[in-house]
Design a binder for this molecule. Structure first.
Ligand code: HEC
Ligand code: HEC
Length: 204
């Protein structure tokens, strides 16, 4: 009797799990397209091997989508690696959702970038003053709701290039508030910010 009651109590939960599993399976991105991304970003989304390839593992899906659309509509260009823009140019909206969910679900490993401690300390002050309202670390509980893409622990060469691109106008900041903040920086501040974001080590 007890056992039956337990089974009855468990049934709805099991059904929900089954439905969730089926959904997860249907939401899976086509292996061929994922493989194209993995050639550069890695099977684990950590982009090992080329310091210009950003880490996309564990980046909130909304942020991945936003970035892909920025490459598709030209707000971002792929000056250094044109193939990135070519690969995303013809993706369907469904593909973009699926790929974003695929990489968002991955665990973000440690970046272990090198940094200079005193520059990182200067960068932290700048970050707190100008950037922290929108950019939070990748393991912050509010990361998916944060307006900006997580910068802490991103590959330093990519970050340096990205910040410089906004600063020089090569990349369009989608929010005017961010564009204004970037314009308040001095050229020497860019390096300090990169060292600060590189100094980030996720809590064990
Ligand atoms: C040829 C290598 C290459 C391939 C293939 C590639 N990427 Fe990229 N990806 C890059 C590079 C390099 C950048 C940075 C480009 C820039 O801004 O100049 C990038 C940037 C990104 C970003 C932005 C990350 C951020 O921090 O804002 C996302 C998201 C992304 N790629 C997803 C994908 C997806 C999804 C695919 C597969 C459909 C893909 N990439 C295929 C090299 C590649
Ligand atoms: C008002 C909110 C806001 C503020 C303040 C802000 N950002 Fe952003 N940032 C965003 C958003 C939204 C994006 C993603 C869309 C885009 O590329 O513009 C972004 C993207 C970025 C990226 C690209 C990340 C990637 O992975 O490609 C960098 C780098 C960046 N911001 C640096 C900064 C720095 C440095 C500051 C402070 C000086 C700053 N942002 C302040 C909202 C903000």
């Amino acid at each position: 009797m007890r056992c039956l009651t337990l089974r009855a109590a468990l049934l709805p939960a099991a059904t929900v799990m089954l439905v969730a599993l089926t959904l997860a399976v249907t939401a899976q991105a086509s292996p061929a397209i994922v493989e194209a991304c993995e050639q550069c970003h890695g099977v684990d989304g950590m982009g090992h091997g080329n310091s210009m390839i950003p880490v996309i593992a564990g980046m909130p899906a909304e942020h991945i989508e936003e970035a892909i659309y920025a490459y598709v509509d030209g707000a971002r260009s792929c000056g250094r690696v044109p193939l990135m823009c070519e690969v995303v140019a013809d993706l369907s909206e469904d593909n973009i959702v699926e790929l974003s969910e695929h990489f968002a679900a991955q665990l973000r490993g440690p970046s272990l970038e090198e940094f200079d401690a005193s520059l990182a300390a200067e960068g932290e002050v700048l970050h707190q003053e100008h950037c922290s309202n929108c950019h939070v670390p990748p393991d912050d509980e509010n990361v998916a709701r944060a307006i900006g893409i997580p910068l802490h622990g991103q590959r330093s060469e990519y970050l340096r290039y990205a910040i410089e691109s906004y600063f020089s106008g090569d990349r369009e900041a989608l929010l005017p508030t961010m564009a204004n903040r970037i314009l308040l920086l001095e050229p020497g501040d860019l390096g300090a910010l990169v060292h600060y974001y590189s100094s980030y080590r996720a809590a064990e």
